[in-house]
Design a protein around this ligand. Sequence first.
Ligand code: FES
Length: 99
Amino acid sequence: MAEEEQYQKVANRKDLKEVGLLKIEPNRKSIISAMVIGNVYAVDSICSHKGGPLAEGSLGGYNLTCHWHYAVFDIRNATSMLRMESPLWCFGKWRGGLQ
Ligand code: FES
């Protein structure tokens, strides 16, 4: 399989704002994407605590906060900052933003 066939375009560069959250749904999988300091990160959009919608949360630096019960995840690796919740699914990081 050619390398470009492994990727699916899910958004345009202009759709993603610095320190903003963007919900995308490639192959019916709900993911949120965020750009911090020019790097793009993608994690599961469902909070691992009790299923809160992380797209409605907030991003401060690398900290993604779920607004249901205020769990905080590191958007870079999807781990819980307090180690109380399971890590989120992490879909990767792209240096330099989207092409
Ligand atoms: S559902 Fe996200 S912190 Fe509880």
